[in-house]
Design a protein around this ligand. Sequence first.
Ligand code: ZN
Length: 138
Amino acid sequence: MKSYRKELTMQTAGRRELINITPQVEQALAESGIREGLCLVNAMHITASVFINDDESGLHHDFEVWLEKLAPEKPYDQYRHNGYEDNADAHLKRTIMGREVVVAVTEGRLDFGPWEQIFYGEFDGKRPKRLLIKIIGD
Ligand code: ZN
């Protein structure tokens, strides 16, 4: 069995952003040379997510509105976590949107269902954050 590991560094201009990272994951898969196996992609920070969904701007707006209803960024003092930090909402948003995804690798390709794309969800950005890609198989 082969194994391949790659880190990406993400840095967003805004506090919250959704980025389609499918091309970067496909690039890592090509570098790995693995044809059959599993591909794990996870955020390495507890205020960012990796998830799979549709690359559709209306839906991305809906995620922003929905997450702000569930865990509004402001007022900051509504959260016990906020004292030295102001990112309690980002921890909560990350938990809902998930830490990682696993995609099957078949015949050297990410074995997606219709419209599936991999996203990095940043909820406390404007600084470098790491993302891990780990691929195992043959
Ligand atoms: Zn925090």
